[in-house]
Write a protein that binds this ligand. Structure first.
Ligand code: NAD
Length: 531
């Protein structure tokens, strides 16, 4: 497995030259044309397609990943994202007109979609293709040059990417820097058009602090503890299948994997039973057999997870088997877990799922709100009011009902955290937008000074009045106070556009149309003209 595979790191002294080469290419406008961008995006898709089996092998080496998971969750989805970008980049990159405004229409205000420069992306080990090449697609589509520092913890996949990229992509516009902390630190000393970081909150703080020194803009895709709230009246079998899949795919090493379950105390055993049945359906020969279930990425993470499990005060419901030589931890459910348990002390990022019994949905919501905003929040319920109550009273990167993790694959949905779970949005069009500078532009003809010449000194009261008449804003009526028993609150006035007035307007138009039909308006008009 990964321990046997040694990556050859990029020499530190090469990093300045890599940065300089890409800066030069960017300034030379290498990816200015959409056609040039599309060539790189298509080449990236072929890089994966032509080396599909080599990637599968590399994933098995690094993560013991079942090949179906590699194909479905990384390779096919990344090829699909290339195709979407290839098909839509013209539309995404089109200059946009600003909304019409009478005052400024003559200046033709537009938003030019321009690349930010050379983008640096530092990626994690857990989805080493999707999270490395996904940002690359967005950055190239937007016309940026791109430096990727993939994870040293997934050396087989990172090594394969580093070997293939120069064969398929233009080395003047895309470079791979292999390495760990030292190489990442060196990269972060340089100024970038944008730094995109995917990984843990701990390292994100280091990345953001380094970026502040060069004023490089940063986006962060982080993780955290994504909760699941279960309404005991939900479709339990479906819920159990989807929660177990979210927990077991990639052995739980997924940023949006369910981290813990909150459920009413008296429903806990029914949930455990449903999860056990899902587990037995998924792994009829047990999860440890080859190509059934992934492995923990390295011994450090294995020991971290084992330590958390050894220290839990919860009750082992099922699972719990471990094998350090294989870096194997069985899918494990721990019930009766409390908020201060070892399993609640950090993002688990492994196949362990604690269940926290609560009194009701209000206690579940309070539990979530007392912690960092999670990257994903899951609710299993058939009751619209139950789901709305949870979503309306919490904050999270995404809010998903009756499924887990699939939202990352849905075209048109952004993937992004809030607060400690990250900032900025990823996937497809959102990745393009992330790496795009919205450059405001207008072209003001000379005659516009006939309208706005009053802005020039010498300033006079007459000019001030003229500008006010052009640009002055009429606010809606002030909110007024209403008293309801002892409570006072502010409410909006109808602002002259009440429903009643709209009805009157429609009635008036209706009467006018009817009169027009019988020729009365025409006769009146003729009479006015004659007079
Ligand atoms: P990590 O933070 O340990 O490492 C990520 C990257 O940062 C690696 O390339 C690593 O070399 C680099 N790095 C490590 N130390 C550094 C330092 N001191 N300075 C600069 N760079 C440094 O993360 P990981 O263990 O690879 O991934 C797991 C974490 O990533 C989890 O928290 C998970 O939730 C999160 N994650 C988030 C998303 C998302 O889309 N939101 C996706 C995948 C993973």
């Amino acid at each position: 497995m990964s321990d046997a595979f040694q990556l050859e790191y990029t020499p530190l002294e090469d990093i300045d030259a890599i940065h300089a080469t890409l800066q030069k290419s960017f300034k030379a406008g290498k990816l200015k044309s959409i056609a040039a961008r599309k060539i790189q995006i298509l080449q990236l898709a072929y890089l994966i397609q032509d080396n599909y089996d080599a990637f599968k092998v590399a994933f098995t080496k690094d993560l013991g990943r079942p090949t179906l998971e590699t194909a479905f969750m990384e390779l096919d989805s990344t090829i699909g994202d290339c195709k979407i970008a290839y098909d839509r980049v013209e539309k995404w990159a089109r200059t946009e007109k600003a909304p019409f405004s009478l005052n400024f229409a003559a200046t033709n205000p537009v938003i030019r979609k321009e690349p930010k420069g050379v983008v640096l992306s530092i990626s994690p080990f857990n989805y080493p293709v999707w999270l490395s090449l996904g940002p690359m697609i967005g950055a190239l589509a937007a016309g940026n040059c791109f430096v990727l520092k993939p994870s040293e913890l997934s050396p087989a996949v990172s090594g394969l990417i580093a070997e293939l990229v120069p064969k398929y992509l233009d080395s003047d516009v895309v470079r791979i820097v292999l390495g760990g902390v030292a190489e990442a630190t060196k990269l972060l000393e340089l100024p970038w058009g944008h730094i995109h970081y995917t990984g843990s909150g701990r390292v994100a703080r280091i990345v953001c602090a380094a970026a502040a020194k060069t004023l490089s803009p940063v986006s962060t895709e982080l993780g955290g503890k994504s909760p699941v709230i279960i309404d005991p009246k939900c479709d339990l079998q479906t819920a159990a299948n989807r929660i177990m899949w979210g927990k077991c795919a990639n052995a739980g090493q997924t940023c949006v994997s369910p981290d813990y379950i909150l459920v009413q105390k008296d429903a806990q055993d029914a949930i455990v039973q449903a999860l056990k049945e899902a587990h037995d359906r998924f792994y009829p020969s047990g999860p440890s057999v080859p190509n059934a279930f992934g492995r923990i990425v390295n011994h450090t993470h294995f020991r971290r997870l084992k330590g958390l499990l050894d220290r839990t005060a919860g009750e082992m419901a099922f699972g719990g088997q471990t094998d350090e030589s294989e870096k194997y931890i069985a899918p494990t459910i721990v019930k009766g877990v409390k908020g201060d348990d070892s399993l609640m002390s950090e993002e688990l990022f492994g196949p362990i799922l604690p269940i926290i019994p609560v009194k009701d949905v209000d206690e579940a919501i309070a539990f979530i709100n007392a912690r960092d905003h999670p990257l994903a929040l899951y609710v299993f319920s058939q009751d619209a009011a139950f789901k709305a109550k949870v979503f309306d009273n919490t904050q999270s990167g995404s809010a998903i009902a009756n499924d887990t993790m699939v939202h990352c694959a849905v075209d048109g949905l952004p993937l992004g955290g809030i607060g400690p779970s990250g900032s900025g949005y990823q996937t497809r069009k959102y990745s393009f937008d992330l790496f795009t500078h919205l450059r405001s532009s207008l072209d003001s003809p000379s005659w516009v000074d006939w309208l706005f010449g009053s802005r020039f000194p010498p300033y006079t009261a007459k000019k001030e009045a003229k500008l006010k008449s052009l640009l002055g804003v009429k606010l809606p009526p002030r909110p007024h106070e209403v008293t309801n028993g002892a409570t006072k609150s502010l409410v909006l006035s109808d602002g002259g556009c009440s429903g009643k007035r709209i009805v009157i307007l429609f009635v008036a138009l209706g009467i006018a149309a009817a009169l027009a039909q019988v020729g009365v308006v025409g006769s009146l008009w003729k009479l006015i003209v004659t007079l």
